[in-house]
Design a protein around this ligand. Structure first.
Ligand SMILES: C[S@@+](CC[C@H](N)C(=O)[O-])C[C@H]1O[C@@H](n2cnc3c(N)ncnc32)[C@H](O)[C@@H]1O
Length: 344
């Protein structure tokens, strides 16, 4: 069965990478069929259909998830022919209500006014003895138009992206500027393939943004920081969003944790710009902290680290291998470098 993920356009590489990692984290075997800038189509076993609900709760850089019915070139007649040839009775039953929506992703010059297709496709569906309902349809048919392909499917899940907006740093009980946005924190968590009830550590936790996003997925979280005023603020945020968490006041370069005791480490260490540093100079601190990350992480598991510049040498020097690398442009003087690293 082919499943289509409609990706957000906020980053070139992160949305698709998040989909692949989340499928793996939920143990859904998949094969990539197509990859366009705003769309990924994968093949999964139909027994895993219900598990897609778990992905809808996890993903932060996907808008919607569809089951693909048919595809064609992005030309009007080709689209209508493909839908006419398909038996839609597998997707909608007599007496159910439906709507048809057409959505253009990027430029698709072949169909200049895609909305004209909505009533034409609607008429094809109507022949199955079903009734249109544009407000609260039981089945929503969607035609996605990319410049290379038209994808016709039914909507399975809509990702609640506004919940990430509601949790943006300014809306939290404790705030300071320059911290990661919830969607980036969530992407890092997904890229590390951490599962429910596993243990995640953030040794430079600041306002606890990463911990909150992980805790909301029922991951057990441990956070630590070295500034007292941050410690009390982080606790305010953790109390507000989570029922359980562990917090420690400690230096990220000397963690009071056993070897190989955590399932993932995700962190956004100080960049030596605005955050106050209580250990030697920043680079040395990061170097020592990455070694500690390696020590406390279980073998075969992944960690995520974000920094203001490339730190490949330091990561490899600590014993990790780099499995993914992404960039996030924040503003003209800050591009964050996101590493997903593995303890082999
Ligand atoms: C960039 S901020 C983390 C922001 C965090 N991702 C958030 O969402 O708020 C870095 C944090 O590292 C903490 N820090 C600096 N030196 C530290 C050290 N040696 N050990 C532990 N934490 C330290 C700072 O107090 C600061 O809160």
């Amino acid at each position: 069965m082919h499943i289509c993920f409609e990706l957000s356009g906020e980053n070139d590489t992160l949305p698709a990478a998040e989909v692949y990692a989340s499928l793996s984290a939920e143990e859904i075997r998949y094969r990539v069929i197509r990859r366009y800038p705003r769309v990924v189509i994968v093949n999964i076993d139909k027994n895993n259909l219900t598990k897609l609900q778990l992905l809808a709760q996890r993903l932060s850089m996907t808008h919607r998830i569809y089951q693909v019915i048919t595809t064609s070139t992005p030309e009007k007649q080709a689209v209508l022919d493909a839908i006419n040839r398909t038996d839609l009775s597998h997707f909608i039953k007599q007496g159910q209500t439906y709507c048809v929506r057409v959505h253009r992703l990027g430029r698709s010059p072949l169909i200049k006014t895609p909305q004209v297709l909505e009533p034409e496709i609607g008429e094809i569906v109507y022949r199955y003895g079903v009734k249109a309902n544009l407000q609260t349809p039981e089945v929503c048919f969607k035609l996605l138009l990319t410049s290379k392909m038209a994808i016709f499917g039914i909507l399975l899940h809509r990702i609640n992206r506004s919940s990430f907006e509601e949790r943006k740093p300014k809306n939290k009980p404790f705030f300071y500027p320059g911290v990661l946005m919830p969607r980036i924190s969530r992407v890092l968590i997904n890229l590390c393939e951490i599962k429910k009830n596993e243990l995640l550590l953030d040794p430079f936790c600041g306002t606890a943004g990463i911990l909150v996003e992980a805790g909301l997925l029922d991951v057990n979280v441990i956070g630590s920081d070295i500034q007292w005023k941050i410690v009390s603020g982080a606790k305010m945020n953790l109390e507000y969003y989570l029922e359980k968490y562990t917090f420690m006041y400690q230096d990220a370069a000397h963690l009071a944790l056993k070897d190989e005791s955590v399932d993932a480490v995700i962190t956004d260490p100080p960049y030596g710009r605005s955050t106050r540093i209580k250990s030697v100079e920043t680079k040395k601190l990061i170097e020592d902290a990455v070694k500690e990350m390696w020590r406390v992480l279980k073998k075969g598991r992944k960690a995520g680290i974000v920094y203001k510049e490339k730190i490949d040498g330091l990561i490899i020097g600590a014993g990790f291998s780099i499995v993914e690398y992404h960039k996030e442009r924040v503003h003209k003087s800050l591009t964050r470098h996101l590493y997903i690293i593995k303890k082999e």
